[in-house]
Design a protein around this ligand. Sequence first.
Ligand code: ADP
Ligand code: ADP
Ligand code: ZN
Length: 218
Amino acid sequence: MKIVMLGAPGAGKGTQAKMIAAKYQVPHISSGDIFRSNIKNGTELGKKAKEYMDQGLLVPDELTVDLVIDRVSWDDCKNGYILDGFPRTIPQAKALDAALAKNGSGENCGLDFAINVDVPDENIVRRMSGRRACLKCGATYHTVYNPSKKGDVCEVCGEALVLRDDDKPETVQKRLAVYHEQTQPLIEYYDGQSILKTVDGTQDMNDVFAAIVRILEA
Ligand code: ADP
Ligand code: ADP
Ligand code: ZN
């Protein structure tokens, strides 16, 4: 099962990707988490990526594509994976298709679903300002909709939760504009491949998940 999650920043891609990964026992691969862990570890890639992320811009394809395409070639991806936050541009999607066509055969060829978690812009700023992230294990919470049972530390690993620098309202507006310009065209791209499925992301997160499970098991 190879799935790509589409949707605006804050639509709930990561939340759903983690739930799908847990239910179907496939890895959840988040390009944003990979960049954030590089930033945390002070790598060269992290330094370069941070300059773009802090401004709400996309990290250039040259720094992104090889990184994610390498990740999906790991052994744990044999039975599939959930890609969250990649691809975000048409060239990224084409590079992924090319890599899959090269390495796959038979059932292992191509993506199965592109799931578009649809949330209007009006709801996004509220979601983002309440998002709290664990930069150690990648868990995400929301102060109102999904609070950590341990208050301001991560339920999973105990790390202090933070409001990401790029979740401040000014940067969120910029990220939304970038989304509409560079990422939204992927909806049409995957519709053209007949693998696009759209779910209403404004529902409660468990209802969104139920809708996704119905699609995957149809
Ligand atoms: P969100 O979950 O809120 O959509 P992510 O964690 O996916 O945010 O991404 C955070 C930031 O990391 C993005 O705003 C962008 O700067 C960078 N990033 C993540 N994935 C990609 C990608 N596939 N291409 C370019 N930049 C990316
Ligand atoms: P994305 O990965 O698309 O950027 P997240 O999964 O990180 O989005 O969700 C953004 C914020 O909204 C998080 O704080 C998350 O807890 C919260 N959230 C996710 N799904 C829902 C939902 N269906 N209803 C309300 N809040 C949600
Ligand atoms: Zn954690």
